[in-house]
Design a protein around this ligand. Structure first.
Ligand SMILES: Nc1ncnc2c1ncn2[C@@H]1O[C@H](COP(=O)(O)OP(=O)(O)O)[C@@H](O)[C@H]1O
Ligand SMILES: N[C@@H](CCC(=O)OP(=O)(O)O)C(=O)O
Length: 375
């Protein structure tokens, strides 16, 4: 079977000095991706650049800051962005397709299945799927606000072998190199830890939005679904092939996980959680290390408006997220049963099942405090 990869190109890699879309950069990436395609690799492209491509055409002097202006600029720019890709891939005899997605599209099983099927068909026909956020309808809560998370969800959805997040810096450094000139590059990461989020700063350029933090979050989501991830820079011909061959200028995130079954992937990464359940230390141990179900006795509280069948997040006393699961209790039933022994809990909540979250419906997403870094 041929290798399938997702390549994400950030705004910082696609813009000229003045902040507009650089057609030359678009051509460069189309050339790099076409070489991979010709060697038999299946490629999905997640690209930013709509705002960059559109803000001048709409009449703004500089990249806008207000959300509705960004949305308007993206609406103008998305067509221009696609036109640029169409032309650049056309030189190689390749057709492109536009796919616009928002967060809830992944949370809905029907919508994500349609997206998955469309992508499969496009790849089968040798078309390059080009994906961006649907900025017009992406309100704050529904927004990725950067395309890093979007690319990780796409990689999970399309069951990709690897995700390549291309940016303006050669990977993750021990500190933000803009602030600390002594920062060293981390070559390989096997486990995402809280420490990584600490050393990662925000966006480096005026056009990028996520910075390193959102790229690490993307790596965590992709790795959780069994997708190896690379974060780094590709600026010269041949460097994308080098990155795919493991010789890239950047940081490699490895994963020993195999692709999760579709349902677990949905629970762990694709669904939008409808609330949060807080648990005590005993329940934390049972969920993380005991392979057990979550029972009312270990619950200390809940927030949000959730119903049986919804995905909820589970957090410990410090508020750290441990994982996600499908709840069999509604929010009020969870609160009514919290801390009680089984008989009394089911009676108070008016339910017959004792498990609030069954272990088969549980996915651990807990992030360790520290892990080894390979510099
Ligand atoms: N620890 C770190 N290592 C590397 N880069 C970092 C780190 N912390 C913050 N950054 C910044 O993240 C930037 C890349 O993110 P961003 O500007 O959002 O790019 P993109 O548009 O490609 O998504 C880099 O230019 C860099 O300045
Ligand atoms: N979706 C928008 C913004 C996305 C964005 O800036 O993302 P990123 O370059 O990943 O920080 C666009 O295409 O301009």
């Amino acid at each position: 079977m041929s290798r399938r990869i997702v390549v994400k190109i950030g705004s910082s890699s696609l813009t000229s000095e003045e902040g507009g879309l650089s057609r030359e950069r678009v051509r460069f990436f189309a050339d790099e991706l076409s070489s991979l395609l010709k060697s038999g690799t299946q490629v999905l492209l997640v690209t930013s650049g709509a705002v960059a491509a559109g803000f001048r055409r709409i009449g703004y002097a500089a990249r806008p800051q207000q959300v509705h202006q960004k949305q308007a600029a993206a609406a103008v720019g998305q067509a221009l962005l696609m036109e640029a890709y169409q032309e650049a891939f056309g030189v190689h005899g390749l057709a492109v397709a536009q796919i616009l997605l928002t967060r809830p599209d992944f949370g809905s099983r029907t919508r994500s299945q349609y997206a998955e099927r469309t992508i499969e068909e496009l790849l089968k026909q040798g078309v390059v799927p080009i994906i961006n956020e649907n900025d017009t309808v992406a309100t704050d809560e529904l927004k990725f606000s950067e395309n890093d998370t979007l690319s990780a969800l796409v990689a999970n959805l399309a069951k990709a072998d690897a995700l390549y997040i291309l940016t303006d810096i050669e990977g993750l450094y021990t500190a933000d190199p803009r602030v600390d000139p002594g920062a060293r590059r981390i070559e390989r990461i096997d486990v995402i830890s809280e420490e990584l989020y600490r050393i990662a700063g925000g966006a480096g350029s005026s056009v990028g939005t996520g910075g390193m933090r959102s790229k690490i979050e993307a790596a965590r989501i992709a790795m959780g679904g069994g997708v190896a991830t690379f974060i780094g820079r590709v600026s010269e011909p041949g460097q994308l092939a080098d990155a795919v061959d493991g010789r890239g200028r950047g940081t490699y995130f490895t994963t020993s996980l195999h692709s999760l079954p579709a349902r677990k992937k949905w629970i762990g990464f694709l669904a939008v959680p409808q609330g949060k359940i807080f648990v005590d230390a005993g329940a934390e141990e049972a969920l993380l290390h005991g392979g057990k179900s979550l029972l009312p006795a270990g619950i200390t509280g809940a927030e949000g408006e959730f119903h049986p069948g919804d995905v909820v997040e589970v957090a410990n006393a410090e508020g750290r997220t441990l994982g996600r699961g499908v709840t069999h209790y509604s929010a009020w039933q969870t609160v009514a049963a919290a801390g009680l022994p089984s008989d009394e809990a089911t009676r108070r909540a008016g339910v017959s099942r004792i498990e609030v979250i069954h272990r088969d419906d549980w996915v651990t997403t807990h992030v360790k405090k520290e892990a080894q870094l390979h510099e």
